[in-house]
Design a protein around this ligand. Structure first.
Ligand code: SF4
Length: 76
């Protein structure tokens, strides 16, 4: 299914919308189950993650990501 606002570039992920016809549902369900934040929200703040958080999609990593990019996070 085409999700035009999805910026996740992991096309091998089974939850990526290019691999099924259920939109964001599988991705959100997986993120809720594993206490993670979807890639699109990380990228909305900034595509540049902290090196130590490169493969960490946890809520804590997202909090650090927001703090590391205060200008992007303050946009309205
Ligand atoms: S929730 Fe997941 S599938 Fe939906 S746009 Fe964000 S990263 Fe893509």
């Amino acid at each position: 299914m085409d999700v035009p606002f999805c910026t996740c570039d992991d096309l091998t992920c089974p939850y990526n919308p290019v691999n099924h016809d259920r939109g964001c549902v599988p991705c959100i369900a997986k993120n809720l189950r594993e206490h993670e934040i979807p890639t699109c929200l990380f990228n909305a703040v900034s595509p540049d993650k902290l090196p130590e958080d490169a493969d960490d999609w946890s809520w804590g990593s997202f909090a650090r990501h927001v703090q590391a990019h205060p200008r992007a996070s303050a946009r309205s």
